[in-house]
Design a protein around this ligand. Structure first.
Ligand SMILES: [Zn+2]
Length: 212
């Protein structure tokens, strides 16, 4: 480690992404919460494959990536998504097109990037899959973190559209970082099916169990 790196670590010591103790990456305790398992849930008949169970630790890792652009957190979420995709692929032929859940323009401006879009790009490249971005918001929606399941449903109702994209004959797999109530996935499925896409499932890094 050179002198500059030494200084940087003195000023900004590495902290665990999950709990904040002095530790690089994830500490042993938080690492246990980031253990991958095949976690399949159903959102109105759609199978959703996730790898980690949502918890305060997982929430902090997602926020570190999403809101603070911390590269190590991006890598952790990328690994979880890869695991979810591998579990999905075991159940069917590998001929799907990945479709990210879109971020709102205001979020993209604030974060300096479209978070799920960039995760999906890496996932597609690693697995030699195609990616399409037909979904976008047809109106503003509220941040969902403080909303109940019912409020999320209302918030997302008819909020997504595919514009002029034609989905005829295209089998797509939705990608998101987290599934909580399933309201966003539901709305994405509705918009895609309206456009003729065949939605075969969804993959996320984390899942809040039980859904609702
Ligand atoms: Zn920790």
């Amino acid at each position: 480690m050179n002198v500059l790196m030494d200084l940087r670590h003195l000023i900004f010591p590495n902290r665990c992404l999950g709990c904040g103790i002095l530790n690089s990456g994830l500490c042993k305790i938080c690492l246990m919460e980031w253990e991958f398992q095949r976690r399949v849930t159903h959102v109105q008949g759609l199978r959703v494959f996730a790898s980690v169970k949502y918890s305060p630790v997982v929430s902090r890792i997602l926020l570190a990536a999403k809101e603070n652009g911390i590269h190590e957190a991006d890598l952790l979420i990328g690994e979880a998504l890869s695991h979810s995709l591998k579990e999905f692929i075991k159940t069917r032929r590998k001929d799907v097109i990945l479709v990210p859940i879109p971020s709102q323009k205001s979020a993209v401006r604030r974060r300096g990037r479209a978070f799920v879009f960039s995760l999906t790009q890496s996932l597609a490249a690693e697995n030699q899959l195609h990616m399409l971005t037909p979904l976008y918001h047809s109106r503003r929606v509220h941040d969902q973190s403080e909303l109940t399941a019912k409020q999320r449903q209302t918030n997302m109702s008819s909020a997504l559209t595919i514009g002029r994209h034609s989905g005829r004959g295209r089998q797509v797999l939705l990608v998101d970082d987290l599934v909580t109530s399933g309201a966003t996935l539901n709305e994405a499925v509705r918009a895609l099916r309206n456009g003729g896409f065949c939605v075969v499932g969804a993959v996320t890094a984390a899942v809040a169990l039980p859904l609702g």
